[in-house]
Design a protein around this ligand. Sequence first.
Ligand SMILES: Nc1ncnc2c1ncn2[C@@H]1O[C@H](COP(=O)(O)OP(=O)(O)OP(=O)(O)O)[C@@H](O)[C@H]1O
Ligand SMILES: [Mg+2]
Length: 377
Amino acid sequence: MGEMLEQAVRTALRSVRDPVTGQDVVSAGMVDGLAVKAGMVQFAIQVPRERARESEPLRAAAERAAAAVPGVLSATVVLTAHRAPPAGGSGGEAAPHAHGPAPGAKPPPGQGPMLLPEVGAIIAVASGKGGVGKSTTAVNLAVALAMQGQRVGLLDADIYGPSLPQMLGTHERPRAEGSRIIPLSRWGLKAMSIGFLVEQETPMIWRGPMVMGALEQLMGQVAWGPLDIMVVDMPPGTGDAQLTMSQRVPLAGAVIVSTPQDVALIDARRGVRMFEKVNVPVLGLIENMSFFCCPNCGHRTDIFGHGGAQAEAARLGVEFLGDLPLKLAIRELADAGTPIVAARPDSEEAAAYQRIATRLRAKLAERAGAGPKIVID
Ligand SMILES: Nc1ncnc2c1ncn2[C@@H]1O[C@H](COP(=O)(O)OP(=O)(O)OP(=O)(O)O)[C@@H](O)[C@H]1O
Ligand SMILES: [Mg+2]
């Protein structure tokens, strides 16, 4: 059934022509990663990088054609800017197209002009392990920074499991202006997530290159405008998204979130090493779910043995940026789409996020000050 539908989609896509070559997108080898599951269709249209901006109508036409096939419930198509296959890699699928101008040498995989030139500092919120509270921390820190008067962007780099629609409490569709996507405005910040662009139920069957392509689009094709700080909510682990970020944007640094248990700290160590390997400075470590505060009596219990991250930070030679309590309200408000920093700005938890935000800004200012200064007489 799935196979027949996939064939029918391919047939339908033969009616979609690339305006530049006049060839249909299937024959031109532009359709990548076509996946059909329970009537939901996903694929990418690969275009040469220099044509990425003007190819939105082609993407939309391919999506319409796929969606019109009887039996297809939804179709999601993304544009990916193709690049030459990695040397010694599997090759084939990303073979360079014969058409289109090729000014200069092709950038190596995952490289090219740096994205987000109008952003002052880009900070990756990461961990070596899933579920430690990266997204919750990223959202609340971003809101705290915005409340401190910064122009803040929040980018959800988790293509497989985006969190922002829920944590920001919106499933609004972003508008497009020409070929640029307008980020959503929420809680004083600009936000973008693949979750705003595709249906929530759509299974995310992306492969590595598609993750890179989608993430690059979220940076390069979104009209972020000038920002002081962009907070990037990283996916768990040490995969493609981490590589893309370290190669395609000038990261000011990474903030590693960890819980105090030993196992999580081992993973934090892995997270720190990963960024060191790609020459991204680690700005510091945050201990999340550090201690438990009883919602009834306020009594504090160090469930996991509080303070592990602080000791670990000292061992690794990175700064300890602060700890955050394990608090029911943090989870409830995050799930409800109203980050605690915005919903209860006077709470102790909000103050803890604000303190870390202040420290981060100071840290960024120190680093900026440490760079080469240009003196004009
Ligand atoms: N300090 C906290 N107090 C209470 N609950 C928290 C706290 N931090 C995070 N949580 C909850 O823990 C769960 C996991 O958090 P979150 O989604 O932020 O983790 P993550 O590291 O981003 O996960 P993933 O690796 O899947 O992206 C969520 O339900 C969140 O509400
Ligand atoms: Mg997350």
